[in-house]
Write a protein that binds this ligand. Structure first.
Ligand SMILES: Cc1cc2nc3c(=O)[nH]c(=O)nc-3n(C[C@H](O)[C@H](O)[C@H](O)COP(=O)(O)O)c2cc1C
Length: 391
């Protein structure tokens, strides 16, 4: 099969992965309305075609905090990435670094901070969840700092985990889960050998380093499930702000009032995100939430956005709606599952090519020239939403 778009990778990943892993990545919360709208709202935004503007010189470079990015894309934190390819976090981080963009290591990665950071020649980003065990949070921050991490992505939209019904159907959770997972692995031998056998140890590397005595993935996932903290408020983040001297990005903002609170708190950036539709089903897609947030805080902090981005065209759409940079989640995970580091490399090249075509044909020579003028105002689902693009 010729891989020519991120949708090809999704189909190929579905064939290669045991179903419990494919559906864990592909699924969302509850009836998955928000998951679908993330993709369809973004795809429905009409780009404004412009021609004959001498577009021979094009730059996709962008500056974010102290970093230069070859294009305004970073890899999102994705838990359990190391179950999708052998030592998957290392492979994805290498592909991102080679392309000149940031990789974000999840709190719940398979490979620990100390394995991934030294494998690449640019500082990775680290994502932290709010957990009841503040000792773990402090330990993780100290280790990230020691490993040269500068940018912290602090995820705040998981005070409780959203229910993912697909996981119960697929065997990821629920009755007979362990047995079903073994049977699925046996019928996917390429994955079973490459990742299931050769990709060990399969634990949550950052947590096992803290807790010691690894007893397996299920134990860690249980620990994590009991550790999400619904009592969290902005006040509880102050010690992190004091401790962390690099850029701090708050991930999981979907409302302009919360974005203003992030500015008051002193955040350097936010990620406009509904966690890829994996938390509260029925909330706005990121594409619909973004314009109002950009109107409220653009220029006060950096605006990142994710959820539903499947192509370079979607990157241009998110930038036009007000994002400075975007994160991609599933798109890179599928490519990684299919061809490892080479798959992510290829995916990033596809994104870049797609962005170039979109920029040439919307008349934007640089990222800062991608604005709401790059969109057709009277068309598209967004102009009917309550955060309509101003006419
Ligand atoms: C399998 C999977 C695991 C994820 N794990 C994390 C995580 O550990 N921390 C986090 O902040 N976000 C996590 N996310 C959310 C992503 O960071 C990102 O917000 C989301 O994938 C963006 O949507 P997209 O997949 O449509 O691009 C995860 C997403 C997926 C698909």
């Amino acid at each position: 099969m010729i891989i020519s778009a991120s949708t090809d990778y999704r189909a190929a990943a579905q064939r290669k992965l045991p179903p419990f892993l494919f559906h864990y990545a592909d699924g969302g919360a509850y009836a998955e309305h928000t998951l679908r709208h993330n993709v369809s709202d973004l795809a429905s935004i009409a780009l404004r075609q412009r021609v004959l503007k001498n577009m021979s010189e094009l730059s996709l470079k962008t500056q974010l905090f102290d970093e230069t990015l070859s294009m305004p894309v970073a890899l999102a934190p994705v838990g359990l990435t190391g179950m999708y390819a052998r030592r998957g976090e290392v492979q994805a981080a290498r592909a991102a670094a080679a392309h000149g963009i940031p990789f974000t290591l999840s709190t719940v990665s398979v490979c620990p901070i100390e394995e991934v950071a030294p494998a690449i020649d640019r500082p990775m980003w680290f994502q932290l969840y709010v957990l009841k065990d503040r000792g773990f949070m402090r330990n993780a921050l100290e280790r990230a700092k020691a490993a040269g991490v500068k940018t912290l992505v602090f995820t705040v939209d998981m005070p409780v985990p959203g229910a993912r019904y697909r996981d119960a159907h697929s065997g990821m959770s629920g009755k007979n889960g362990p047995l079903r997972r073994v049977l699925q692995a046996m019928t996917h031998p390429e994955w079973a050998w490459d990742v299931g056998v050769m990709g060990r140890p399969h634990d949550l590397g950052n947590i096992s380093k803290y807790r010691g005595n690894p007893t397996g993935l299920a134990d860690y996932i249980g620990w994590l499930g009991n550790n999400f903290d619904p009592s969290i408020s902005w006040k509880d983040l102050e010690w992190i702000r004091e401790f962390w001297d690099g850029p701090m990005i708050i991930k999981g903002i979907l409302d302009a009032d919360d974005a203003r609170d992030a500015v008051k708190f002193g955040a350097d950036g936010i990620v406009v995100s509904n966690h890829g539709g994996r938390q509260l089903d029925g909330v706005l897609s990121s594409a619909r939430a973004l314009p109002a947030i950009a109107d409220a805080v653009k220029g006060d902090l950096k605006i990142l956005a994710d959820s539903g981005i499947r192509s370079g065209l979607d990157v241009v759409r998110m930038i036009a709606l007000g994002a400075d940079t975007v994160l991609i989640g599933r798109a890179f995970l599928y490519a990684l599952a299919v061809h490892g580091q080479a798959g992510v490399k290829n995916l990033l090249e596809l994104f870049e090519k797609e962005m170039r075509v979109a920029m040439v044909l919307t008349g934007a020579k640089s990222i800062s020239e991608i604005t709401r003028d790059s969109l057709v105002r009277e068309l598209g689902a967004l102009s009917r939403s309550h955060e309509a693009i101003p006419a």
